[in-house]
Each structure stands twice: as C-alpha cells, then as structure tokens.
Design a protein around this ligand. Sequence first.
Ligand code: ADP
Ligand code: MG
Length: 214
Amino acid sequence: MTNQQIIQWLQIFAAKIEQNKEYLTELDAAIGDADHGINMDRGFKKVMSQLPSVANQDIGNILKTVSMTLISSVGGASGSLYGTLFLRASTAVAGKQELTEQDMLELLQAGLDGVLQRGKAQLGDKTMVDTLTPAVTAFRQAVDQGKPMLSAMEEAVVAAEVGMKDTIPMLAKKGRASYLGERSVGHQDPGATSCYLILKSLLEALSRNIGSGE
Ligand code: ADP
Ligand code: MG
C-alpha cells in the first residue's frame, strides 16, 4: 500500500463519515449524547484541509498529521481515542513510503493497542474495541497464512462487521453509554460503527487500485 493509497483511504473515510453523519449521531443519541457523527465529521473535514500539505510525505508523517488534527479538533472520547489510534499507527510505520502486509499488521495492531491503553476498555464492553479486535485478529491470521493485503483486508472487514453488530446486545461498560446501564442493551455502538467504516474505507482504497500495478 502506497502513501497515495493512504491518502485515498482518508478521503474515502471522510466521505463516508459525511454520508453517515446523521446515522452515527442517531446511534449516539440512543446511548450517548448525539454527537459522534458531528465529532467525526468535524475532525475529518479538518483532516481533509490538512492533507494537501503532507500528501507527498511518508506514511508515518501523514498518519501523525491525522492524529494531531483529530486531537486538536475533536472533543469527546472519540477525539482522544482516534487521535491515539493514529498516533500509534504512525509510529509503527514511521519513515515508510509503502506498506507490506506485515507493516499493515503492525499499523493495525499498534492502533488497537493505543485505543486499549488509552480507553482501558475490554472486549465486550460495547466500544470501538469490539470492532477493532476481531478485525486485527482476522488480518493477522490471513497474513500468517500468506494471503495478500487485499484478501487479508477483506477478511478483516468481514470480522469487523460481525464485531460491530455484536455490540447490539452488549451492556456498555465504558464511556457515556455505560451511564445507561441496562438501557444501553439493544443499540449498536456508534464508535464500533465508525471503526467499521474506517476499515471498510481502507479496503476500498486497496481495491480501487487493483490493476494499477501497486
Ligand atoms: P463522547 O462519548 O465523549 O460523546 P463520541 O460520541 O464521539 O464521544 O464517541 C463515543 C464512542 O467512543 C463510543 O461509541 C465508544 O465506541 C467509544 N468509547 C467511549 N469510551 C471508550 C473507551 N474507554 N474505550 C474505547 N472506546 C470508547
Ligand atoms: Mg457522544
């Protein structure tokens, strides 16, 4: 995956967030404070405005800029959690112009580890961790089996979607949704949903470039 594909990933995600802004906000209205779509859209619009200045830099620098932009422009839990995810991801691929399957695995694992350390959520707490964890596991298994990036990412996205839907019956243990106790049951977690969209966007950026020799 090249730095141009990384830029495309971020552009695809920003567009998906814009399209799903209301939906994410509705999900957050049910179990939070109705701002997740607004937070993410504000953050990624800001990221889009910063991208041209870093488009030719290495992938580590691009992701670091995303992190800094999110931390400074997005309030709430998701600003610091996504900021940490991108910061750790950027460190994992510092200086690279292109990512192998192994590099991508390290990027994803580092992002997940950052979210786990920052938010202290466990699997099953009804958060973005419930999407990211199965996705990283599926990606790792596919890479270990020698599968190429695109197939490994397809498997990660399938696992992410299952993980996202699995948040519906969960009782929230972290974040604002946890204040609702039993009333959080029966609703899909907004952060788990935006995490699914970010992985789906990564897959789309990879599949768009099939046949271009990259
Ligand atoms: P806020 O809760 O501050 O309003 P957002 O609405 O933007 O922030 O984001 C809410 C999402 O953040 C939740 O749906 C959940 O996925 C995620 N989240 C909240 N707290 C944590 C945590 N401690 N660890 C991981 N994810 C969390
Ligand atoms: Mg919220």
